[in-house]
Every structure is written in C-alpha cells, then in structure tokens.
Design a protein around this ligand. Structure first.
Ligand code: ATP
Ligand code: MG
Ligand code: MG
Ligand code: MG
Length: 470
C-alpha cells in the first residue's frame, strides 16, 4: 500500500514532534506584518521574525507544513514533473538551537527509516566551500563521495530578498534513466526530472541587509523545506506530482468536465495540468481571504484563475467550469485544511463570479475576432495584423494565446512581431501613466514580464518587488 500525501504530511509532523519540536498547522498564504512579501513562498517566510530575533518563538524548535505560492514557477507548471504554483512545504526549524549536524541526521533518519527510501537512490548536494556539511554527510552519515555534489550559489545558497539567509544542502532522489536527459553530466543540479531535489536544508547564519551585506546572525539557525508533493511523487513512484493521489483526483475531475484524454497529446496534457494546479492555488488563495483585483496578490489570483479558464477553453470546455473543481480540491485537502470546508460556499461564489466576468470578456472578444477573420477571408489574407490582435488584447482583454489558437484552427496566423511592438509602445505609455488604474492589460503584461525574469531558482524576487510594481 503506497503512502498517501495526507499520510506523509502527518508522518513528518509526528516525527519532528518526537524530536521535541512544536508542530503546528500552516500559516496563511497572506504574509502577516511583512510588507516586503506578496505571498508566502516558503515555510520559513512566516517565521522570519523569529529568525531575526524580532520576536521570541513559541519554542526554539518548530515544524510546519506550509501552504506556498510561487508565481515565479508558473511557466514550468505542466512542463516539468515537479513544479506547481501551489504546493505544501514541510519544514523543521531551529531558532538558535540545533544546527547542521542534527538537521542532517534527522533528515536522513526520516527519509531512510520512516519513508524507507533506498539509500542507493539518494544523492546530496552541499554549497561549494561548505566542507563541514560535506564531512557530516560523508563521514557521519556514510553517504559515499560519488553521491555528493558541490553546487554553486544559484542552487545552494538560500535567500529571499533581505533577511535571514545562508548556504544549504539538498537531498535528491534518483528516479532513474527514464527521466534523464542527453546531458553527459546529468546529475543533481541538472534541469531535467531524473534527480529530483526534494529536501533543502538551509543553514541560516547571515542576515542580509538592504545594502546587500551579509551580517552573521548571533545564533545560527536551521530552516528546511521539503516539497510534500515531490515526496509523495517519489513514494508513490508516479511520473509527476500531478499523478500523486490527491492531485490526481483533481486531475480526474478536469478530465470528467473536459472529456479530454490524458497522456495522448503533450499540449492537451499541459493544459490539463495547468488547470489542475491553478485551481488548487485559486481555491487556497480565496480561502485565505484574497479577492480578485487588479493589483497585488488579488491580481496574482485573477491571473491564475483566468489562465486556468483559458486553458479550459483550449480543451474545448464550454462555459464556466472552475467552480465545479473546487469541491474536489476541498475533498482531498480538508483533513489538513478544515477552513476549506468551512468556507466552501464563499470560495465557490468568489470563483464563479470572477469566472463569469472573464467569460464575458472572452465572448465579446470572440465575436470581434470572428469579424476580423471574415475580413481576412475577403482579402484572401492569411495573417491578422499585429495592431488588430493588440486591440483585442488591450481594449477587450482578449489574450493573445487565444487569438492565436482560434486563428490556427482556421489555418490563419497573427503578426506577432508587430503585436510585440505595439505592446512595447503601450508599455512606454503606461510607464508615464502609472497611476491610471484603467490599464488592466498593461498590468497583465507587467506580470508576465515579472514571471520571465524570475523563472529561476531564485524565488524571492517576485515576492519582494511585485507589489510595488503593480
Ligand atoms: P527547484 O530547483 O526544483 O526549482 P528550489 O530549489 O527552487 O526547487 P527550494 O526553494 O529549495 O526549491 O524549496 C524547498 C523545496 O520545496 C524543494 O526542495 C522542493 O521539494 C519544493 N519546491 C520548490 N518549488 C516547488 C514548486 N514550484 N512546486 C513544488 N514543490 C516545490
Ligand atoms: Mg533547486
Ligand atoms: Mg532548493
Ligand atoms: Mg525553483
């Protein structure tokens, strides 16, 4: 019998409770008393005040399972086996109490004795010059040198904007050649899905200030983060996090509604996974009190919801459907998140109002595009002008991808080059008129720019600066 996602969460919290940690449920996705953050993107984020010594923690050892949103990973969703915009991060934390030795030893104990992962499949990474961690892994734990890699700053140094940060050490699982790539040097740190990073142990020993200085903290801390969905994926031996028991149930609901087939066509599969992921993000965000809007976290919510709706269109779903998926999200998540059940009616209402609104936009845009297509036919032209595509986007909020999709079906295309030029002009106009709230399309565009620039391992940027920019 394979371990379910909900079961793994409990096992983790119980384990650290047995190591004298105070285990508590997730904090809200909305940061409390932290203006530098848009959304919680890691287990340590709501605990920053304890790491920095601004407040005293309830106990100097804690463990949580934290809801996280990472919009910086949005372009990876559905494409890699391991990225979601919403995921749960399991973590154990030491506030000036234990350090590397204990964290590594307990991590290893949990993974090999409680999850029973085979030792020969496990790899670890350490920060370039962190010989201390290297020695602990090799000499004390007994991980062979061949299964230890040294990685640079982009992988093994953790920081989110200002605040506590430090070198880290990660545990990877080798899922075998079938998930590998052509890279002769394919090993942990490679971008493919063979070696899955699942547990990051951060040795928080610096405090980064506004000027970029790394100041040593009075007491070194421990901050670890393990992706619950990734562990479940490994434990259940499935291809991707979308096949993990609880998430697969949501994916099945998407299949039911769309009548699409999974595993036949890459593009279809990507849309199915995007909807499956985004509906989780959206349900949890609304549950935590976020409302769709044109700025800040409300805008993140709006964009995720509309993106899911758009992929529904690509799958051929007629009318609003997201609302119908919420029940499934709640059903599979409520053991750990009782608020979902309590706020069910509210969540569904907020989502359906927003989806209806988007639907109107789509309907209106489709009508106009239809006219454009007729004109093209008359002119015996195959390419829709960039100006027209931009007008659809800018004035009617009609997404370019949808324009492309519809044109494609008709054997037509769009002048994207010109579209981009128009977009650039608009961007410049917008820059000089930042206070104008009617520029919704511009904002959407700013968001996609942010996604592009943050689609790296460095996850903090978007969470720190987005609010100001939007
Ligand atoms: P990756 O390199 O795979 O993008 P990461 O280094 O950005 O992961 P960390 O910031 O170290 O991830 O976060 C700690 C853990 O959280 C990771 O080891 C992973 O298990 C999990 N995790 C991170 N990002 C995601 C995501 N987008 N979806 C699901 N799990 C994630
Ligand atoms: Mg990484
Ligand atoms: Mg990492
Ligand atoms: Mg990442």
């Amino acid at each position: 019998e394979k371990m379910g996602l909900n079961e793994i969460r409990k096992k983790f919290l119980d384990f650290f409770e047995s190591k004298d940690h105070y285990a508590r449920e997730s904090y809200s996705l909305v940061p409390q008393g932290d203006k530098s953050l848009l959304l919680i993107s890691a287990g340590m984020a709501p605990l920053k005040k304890y790491f920095m010594g601004v407040e005293t923690p309830p106990k100097n050892r804690m463990a949580t399972c934290q809801k996280c949103i990472r919009t910086g990973d949005i372009e990876n969703v559905g494409k890699t086996a391991r990225h979601a915009t919403f995921f749960e991060m399991l973590g154990n934390f030491s506030f000036g109490d234990y350090f590397k030795r204990e964290s590594i030893a307990w991590g290893w104990e949990f993974v090999t004795k409680h999850l029973n992962m085979p030792v020969e499949k496990l790899w670890v990474s350490v920060y370039l010059d962190d010989d201390e961690s290297y020695e602990i892994w090799n000499k004390e734990i007994g991980v062979p040198k061949e299964q230890i890699v040294r990685l640079g700053k982009e992988d093994n140094f953790w920081e989110i904007g200002v605040g506590p940060c430090g070198p880290c050490s990660e545990i990877y699982y080798d899922r075998g050649e079938k998930y590998g790539c052509d890279n002769v040097d394919c090993k942990p740190g490679c971008d493919c899905d063979r070696y899955v990073e699942f547990w990051n142990h951060v040795f928080t020993q610096y405090n980064k200030d506004e000027q970029g200085n790394y100041n040593p903290l009075p007491n070194p801390n421990i901050d670890t983060g393990m992706g619950l969905e990734r562990v479940a994926c490994i434990m259940q031996d499935v291809d991707s996090i979308f096949e993990v028991d609880t998430i697969r149930a949501i994916l099945e609901a998407v299949l039911d509604i769309s009548k699409a087939e999974y595993g036949k066509d890459e593009k279809t599969d990507t849309s199915i996974r995007i909807i499956t992921d985004h509906i989780r993000s959206v349900s949890f965000m609304v549950c935590d009190g976020i409302m769709p809007s044109n700025e800040g976290r409300g805008y993140v919510l709006r964009r995720l919801l509309r993106r899911a709706a758009r992929h529904g269109k690509l799958l051929g779903i007629k009318g609003a459907f997201l609302n119908g998926l919420v029940d499934k999200v709640i059903e599979v998540s409520k053991v750990a998140y009782g608020q979902l059940e309590e706020r069910k009616d509210y969540i569904k209402k907020v989502i359906s109002i927003e989806e209806e609104r988007f639907q109107e936009t789509i309907d209106q845009g489709s009508e106009i595009l239809k006219e454009y297509i007729e004109e093209l036919r008359k002119e015996e032209n195959k390419v829709l002008s960039g100006e027209k595509a931009f007008k659809l986007y800018d004035t009617y909020g009609f997404p370019l991808e949808l324009t492309k999709e519809i044109l494609e079906e008709e054997g037509l295309e769009v002048n994207e080059e010109k579209f981009k030029e128009e977009m650039e002009l608009q961007r410049e106009r917008a820059r000089s008129a930042r206070t104008d709230n009617s520029l919704e399309a511009w904002k959407e565009d700013v968001f996609s720019q942010i996604d592009d620039s943050t689609n790296t391992d460095f996850v903090g940027y978007n969470n720190y600066v987005v609010e100001g920019q939007l």
